[in-house]
Ligand binder design. Structure first.
Ligand code: SF4
Length: 82
């Protein structure tokens, strides 16, 4: 199991691009003006990435104005972005 899980509710993205500015390894604004989470799998509206490398994902989650990115420690189940 990966050390971290990043969850992203793409439908609610307002295209503010803070995530891309802070963490371009994980987030990229695409043609519809919303961010994609790179290499994530999709489960309905939720995009999920399991990773051992957070890069700047916590900062991206904290910077998102609509708070639709969560970063979770998979060992403890705790949110790292709160
Ligand atoms: S910061 Fe939040 S609202 Fe802005 S593009 Fe990223 S996910 Fe969407």
């Amino acid at each position: 199991m990966a050390r971290y899980r990043i969850e992203y509710e793409r439908d609610a993205c307002i295209g503010a691009a803070v995530c891309e500015a802070l963490d371009p390894i994980h987030f990229k604004i695409v043609d519809d003006g919303k961010a994609d989470m790179l290499e994530a799998k999709q489960e309905g509206n939720l995009w999920i990435l399991e990773t051992d490398s957070l890069e700047m994902a916590v900062e991206a989650a904290q910077g998102c104005p609509v708070k639709i990115i969560k970063v979770i420690d998979t060992e403890t189940g705790k949110r790292l972005d709160e």
